[in-house]
Ligand binder design. Structure first.
Ligand code: PMP
Length: 408
């Protein structure tokens, strides 16, 4: 019986299209929290504490220069899909750089991280059609959607629970092809997956592994190549998926992996084939960001220091947060109305913007302020932010960390 991975080593021609297409009626749009900032009238400046431009690369002079240069050379857009006129040197260079960064054969760009997950998983999880997918319960919507679109059988394991995953694998027919999909740093909780243990389980069960490193690339590991690289096990993950929109400060997404598999996705993923490619200037900006971050520890160090300081100050103020594993600091409010009030007060009193995250983005009772310090904040900014938050926590009577511990 071939493993799941071996199904992708056959040659495919670019003319091939997926054997199945999936059209899902989108879910009702109601009830989703607005992502719009409430900016006080007449205000000139707001200090942002929920941006995903974690390293400030969206403003970095090298990135801006690369973008300007590429706009001057190639114009504003790419002019077509990758297969029909829309492939530029910058796309190809960036794909080579990303593959090299992750120690993989090849990489493939998509127009967003969402599209990379959705487009790649639709075909990878759906081929062959008896593949069983094992997916962490907190995986991002783009992963969930790709798996849905694939039509594959899904087994959902409890968040970061290796034993539950082991059980589900053991209960599955050993002959069936298997795919494990997970994130390294989870977007809402900021905790890190037990990658080595999951990689070992995958090896034992012959499962292919797909790792979303969207909140890790640029920020962790040697040259910023991510958490798997930090743990020296990037080779244990068949596909590493990333975004250009967070640590790299631009927009776009990608997967990196073995040649056969990348060619398969290139040839069959409708989300890759049937859309206009990224503007070359965006690819040039992301390329400058990767190259810079591979050689510079400064941004990573500053982000890590800011995150450490914030963790310490929140501990001092008895403010509960989900995890100290990463730079994503999710302060748990645990109530929908209080969460919105806390966010509004931060803005009105202190001109600080942090979006309230309520259900369905998180479970009910888990409502939180997702705080993202950046490498561009100073230690003084972090202290002022923590003081402002502590005042609001007190004034609104939000449950403290010790009270939470006492009641659990
Ligand atoms: N994966 C994860 C874990 C995410 O949090 C996100 C977006 N926040 C994405 C994928 C999609 O990335 P993008 O914003 O580049 O579409």
């Amino acid at each position: 019986m071939p493993t799941h991975l071996e199904h992708f080593t056959t040659e495919v021609t670019p003319a091939q299209t997926p054997s199945r297409t999936f059209l899902e009626i989108s879910r009702q749009a109601g009830n989703f929290p607005t992502a719009l900032a409430r900016v006080p009238e007449g205000s000139a400046e707001v200090s942002v504490w929920c941006s995903n431009d974690y390293l400030g690369m969206g403003q970095h002079p090298l990135v801006l220069a690369a973008v300007h240069d590429a706009v001057a050379k190639f114009g504003a857009g790419s002019g077509g899909s990758r297969n029909i006129g829309g492939t530029n040197h910058r796309h190809v260079e960036l794909e080579r750089e990303l593959a090299d960064w992750h120690g993989k054969d090849a990489a493939l760009l998509f127009t967003s991280g969402y599209t990379a997950n959705d487009g790649a998983l639709t075909v990878l999880a759906g081929t062959p059609d008896d593949t069983v997918v094992f997916s962490d319960e907190l995986n991002h919507a783009s992963i969930i959607d790709g798996l849905r679109h694939s039509g594959a059988t899904k087994r959902i394991f409890r968040h970061n629970e290796v034993e539950h995953l082991a059980q589900l694998l053991a209960d599955t027919d050993p002959e069936l092809p298997k795919l494990i999909v997970l994130e390294s740093v989870y977007s809402m909780s900021g905790d890190v997956a037990p990658l080595a243990e999951i990689a070992e389980l995958a090896r034992r069960h012959g499962a292919t592994t797909f790792l979303d490193e969207v909140h890790a690339i640029g920020m962790y590991g040697p040259e910023g190549a991510g958490i798997a690289a930090r743990e020296g096990i990037a080779d244990r993950f068949d596909i590493i998926m990333g975004t250009l929109a967070k640590g790299l400060g631009t927009v776009g997404g990608y997967i990196a992996g073995p040649n056969g598999l990348i060619d398969y996705v290139r040839a069959t993923s409708r989300a890759f084939v049937f859309t206009t490619s990224l503007p070359p200037a965006t690819a040039a900006g992301a390329l400058a960001a990767v190259r810079h971050l591979r050689g510079s520890e400064l941004e990573r160090q500053r982000l890590a220091e800011n995150a450490r300081l914030l963790h310490r100050l929140l501990d001092d103020a008895d403010i509960p947060y989900k995890s100290s594993d990463s730079h994503i600091v999710s302060a748990v409010v645990g109530d929908d109305t209080l969460c919105k009030q806390a966010s509004a007060l931060l803005l009105d009193r202190h001109r600080i913007y942090v979006q309230a995250i309520n259900a369905p983005s998180v479970r009910e009772g888990d409502e939180l302020l997702r705080i993202a310090p950046s490498a561009t904040h100073t230690p003084t900014d972090v202290k002022e932010f923590a003081e402002a938050l502590a005042g609001i926590w007190r004034d609104l009577g939000i449950t403290t960390a010790s009270a939470r511990r006492g009641s659990s």
